[in-house]
Write a protein that binds this ligand. Structure first.
Ligand code: ZN
Length: 141
């Protein structure tokens, strides 16, 4: 179910291209990373390794990497967006994604390679406490 207020993730073309390249490099595994946001605009890209035990099935940023990213984002008083890819399935939060997203309360950008070898496409979501999902809009600027 998709409900709630719409929101926008504004991403400079250069950072979007870097993020997409990181996602493509990870294929056929899931790839992940984070973005730093300031005043509604993405200002920094943090590509990370996928620390999940089964990287073809899930993705997670290692706690140490996550702490470094949090520290850096805090320096410019920004907000974090988490992003990862789905090698096969739709760009929509899985059961496990929802559980993590609910706890973190941050925007989730999900890429899908569903139409591989075509380039992956991305969607952005917020997951709420009651498991409902709000889809936002990605604006590449
Ligand atoms: Zn996922």
């Amino acid at each position: 179910m998709v409900a709630g207020e719409p929101f926008v993730a504004r991403i400079p073309q250069k950072l979007y291209d870097e993020m997409a390249a990181h996602i493509i490099a990870g294929y056929p595994n899931e790839a992940c990373g984070a973005l730093g946001c300031k005043d509604g605009q993405v200002v920094k890209h943090y590509p990370t390794a996928n620390a999940a035990g089964q990287p073809d099935d899930f993705s997670i940023i290692a706690p140490n990497d996550l702490l470094d990213i949090f520290d850096d984002i805090e320096e410019y008083n920004g907000e974090m967006i988490y992003y990862h890819s789905h090698p096969v399935s739709e760009a929509y939060p899985s059961r496990r994604d929802k559980n993590y997203a609910k706890l973190s309360k941050i925007q989730y950008i999900i890429f899908s390679h569903r139409f591989y070898p075509e380039p992956p496409y991305a969607r952005v979501f917020l997951v709420h406490d009651d498991d409902t999902v709000t889809e936002g809009k990605i604006e590449v600027v």
